[in-house]
Design a protein. Sequence first.
Length: 151
Amino acid sequence: MDQFLADLAVGLSVIDDASPASEISFHLERARDALPTAQRLLPPPAANSFGSAGDGISGATAAVNAVRDVIESHHGPNRVPLTAYAYAFSTRPARDYLARRFAELAWVANRMALVLGQGIEDPGVEAAFVDVRSSLAKAAVFGREGTRNAD
C-alpha cells in the first residue's frame, strides 16, 4: 500500500497548479506519513498472504504510472510542450478530470486501509491506521468536491 500511495503522489505531480490536486496531494502525504508507523508496529506478513488484493494494488499502481507516463510523454525537458496534447492536458477541465480520478483512487486506498486495520488490537497501530484512513478520506472528499463538474 505504501508504494501505491507513493505512486499516487507522483502521479498527481503532473497536475502543477493550485487545483483540487494540491488538496489531494496534501492528504496523501499525511497518509504516507502515518502508514510507516502502522507497518513498523505490525508483525511481518506471511509470504504470499496478500493474494488477489496484492495483485489488485499492483495493477492499480501500474495504471497510475501509465497515466502519468502518457501525460509526461507529451513534454520535453523542463516540461516544455512537444505536442498539442500537452496543451490539452494542461487545461482546467483536463486537470480536474485527473484530480477526480485520483480522488477516487484515494477513496479505494481508504477502503484498503480499513480492511488492513481490522482486528488490530495494538493501540499504536490502530491509531496509525485511523490517521491513514482519515487522510485518505479527506483527500477523496476534497478531491471529489473540488472537481464536481469534471465528469
